[in-house]
Design a protein around this ligand. Sequence first.
Ligand code: FAD
Length: 438
Amino acid sequence: MHAAIAPAARRSLATVSAAAPRQQYRVVVVGGGAAGVTVAAQLGKHAAFFNKKDVLIIEPSDTHYYQPLWTLVGGGLKSLSSTARPMASVIPSHADWLKARVSKIEPAANVVRTDDGKEIAYDFLVVAPGISINIDKIEGLKESLGKDGVSTNYLAAHVEKTFEFIKAFQGGNAIFTQPSTPIKCAGAPQKIMYLAEEHFRDKGLRGQTNVSFYSGIGKIFGVDKYANSLTEVCKKRDINVNLLHDLVAVRPDKKQAVFKKVGGDGGSGEVVVAYDFLHVTPPMGPLPFIRESGLADEAGWVSVDRATTQHVAFKNVFSLGDSSSLPTSRTAAAVAAQSGVTTANLLSAIEGRPLAAAYDGYTSCPLVTGRDKLILAEFNGYTLQPRETFHFDQSVERPSMYRLKADMLDKIYWELMLKGNWVGPAPFRPLLNPLDRN
Ligand code: FAD
């Protein structure tokens, strides 16, 4: 199911069309999401790719979403259509687009296979198909989603339901979950909780409402500085925080959520909680075809060097974003910083030079805590130390940071990042080479 497309985006669709692909490309990019499109766009700024159709993006979806705004869609503050553009409008003009799903990569043969039977050969490969949202791993979730107060902001088809249910809520138990698996945007499971709690308070329902956060991990957030602020926010707003509780089943007939205690001081066992509204962040994991292609690390992610983003075994393969093994928090902000490094190193590999660019784990999570409040977590995901852009304490809730997220970051994404002109904060900017036609 796709959102209606905003009129401005619809106009640009006429200028680009999906091409009939060749069978061989210099660079093939798997996935036309944040990472794939950004790297493809950056390649076009270099002599080897400028004005040539020597990059192919393989991507099955017709619509490209700016997912970071889905928190505000679920909170009733943005429309889903404002986060969507036709895929054709974001494919760079020097790239071809094959609308198909990659089913297997054969890295020893330099070949990608698609689910509709195509075989495309490459010299260099960028693997960026994102993360798999595994709703099947929670018993009863698939049948429950979108009905009787159960929603998730993590799927385009369900995100609008979140606000429908928040609006319809009349009091009772409002429950927000986070799984123990890695997920994209580790702050998003609680951001929607703060928006919902504010809504319930404004409607005079807070007295008859319990707001609870259940997380499968042992901390409310990975970086202490921001975890401390969020713990204070929860205390101040009377939000119950239950750590080391992993959602394992939803019983829609009884409106019950079943959690498994995952060790720690709480012991083990099951906890059953009645819900009136349930926002689920499903377990996530790597896409199975990565392992089937022989590109995976033990956990199933594309196994790359954490500095260069080059595959550890296949030197003509790179990976970044949610599908990669880069051990940082998976966000579009991290993708921006990784993209300049990947492109620079990919070009070096193409030209036979040593790989000089290094990614250091930078990531960012704009933690929305209300309609005009936000804690801008910015940190090194490898060391879990803050790495802030602004000269004020970013662990404090600020209206200005909310405006940055609500009004500016999407414009940076569409107008700069996807066009190859944004690689994240200052230290990465030297990687943003101007067009080099020599
Ligand atoms: P994606 O952008 O998901 O793109 C992957 C692409 O690969 C998709 O287009 C998919 O269709 C395609 N694909 C999948 N399988 C295949 C296949 N087999 N063959 C070919 N193509 C395939 N990030 C932030 O920076 N800040 C935030 O505030 C933030 N909030 C978020 C809130 C929510 C609710 C969600 C869902 C995400 C949020 N993110 C946020 C995370 C951010 O959107 C992702 O980290 C980012 O999009 C990752 O980019 P990617 O290219 O790796 O994956």
